[in-house]
Design a protein around this ligand. Sequence first.
Ligand code: ATP
Ligand code: MG
Ligand code: FE
Length: 338
Amino acid sequence: MLLLCVESSCDETAAAVVRDGRQILSSVVASQVDVHALYGGVVPELASRHHLEAITPVIEQALDEAGVGIADVEGVAVTRGPGLVGALLVGLCAGKALAWARGIPVVGVHHIEGHILAHLLETELAFPFVALAVSGGHTHLYRVDGIGRYRLLGQTLDDAAGEAFDKVAKLLGLGYPGGAVIDRLAAEGNPDAIDFPRPMLKRKNLQFSFSGIKTAVMNHVRGRDELDQKAVRDIAASFQAAVVEVLVRKTLLAAEQEGIDRIVVAGGVACNSGLRRRFADLAGERELQVVFPSPRLCGDNAAMLGVAGDYYLDNGHASGLDCNALPVWPLEQVRVKG
Ligand code: ATP
Ligand code: MG
Ligand code: FE
């Protein structure tokens, strides 16, 4: 099936054309980061307005780049939630309107479901697997038994890992969003320079907590004169090492507890080079298979919706035109019969 996919849950307006839930024909992402950087975070009202401006040209560009016309599209997959309600509504209304006008089915897909299935656009991986969804709003571990079959194993008690990256970047005067900048600076710093806490690591549960590391960085920085470049690089490297260690250890614990040797790491923070390296090292030692989507599929994009979208439409689980946005939507509530 030739699917048009549309995503607008936060600050990226994205559209993609995906064939049979496996082949990406095009993937267009229009980011609003410059708009929100001025405010040091996403401003919901501005996000909605910019989605409105971008949605039609982005969809047209996705069709153009795929070399198809709207008449060729056989179904629409669109992010239904979770996210900013005003932002979600723009993509959802566009998707439903297109489907209605063309007389084709539409399905509302969970944003995190998109993230944790994105790798299937690039590689084969059998179910079940353990998924670490690590992004701006999530640090969640799931057991994934199939498309539409998710069990929450653990999550953060406070900040998401991406949020911690962004807050620490702001604290260091590195701008917003800061994950990628910290990643780059960390590569040139000493990860052992400062012994930041590894929260929750001693507890053998699957919960995370990142607000303590953020506070430790704040305390370390407070009262110091201007930080020189070496000091900033060392803080970035030491902070990143602490976050990475917690993410990796808890995910390995989840895999061990579930008796599963396949792990998927997804979401914007899965771009992090330190995280990728540490997982690769430990996976090698333990004969685990760890899969990361390529970076363009880690951050927000629409192509990632194609995997679940195709499956749901193929199996008769289209949404009605009354399908509404769900700003809060636990992934476990996505359930497919059979
Ligand atoms: P969610 O997916 O939970 O709804 P979101 O869609 O806003 O949240 P994503 O776009 O998936 O989040 O990811 C964005 C986050 O990823 C930001 O917090 C950003 O700082 C972080 N990030 C991006 N690249 C890197 C990197 N190289 N290292 C660490 N963090 C990164
Ligand atoms: Mg974003
Ligand atoms: Fe996301």
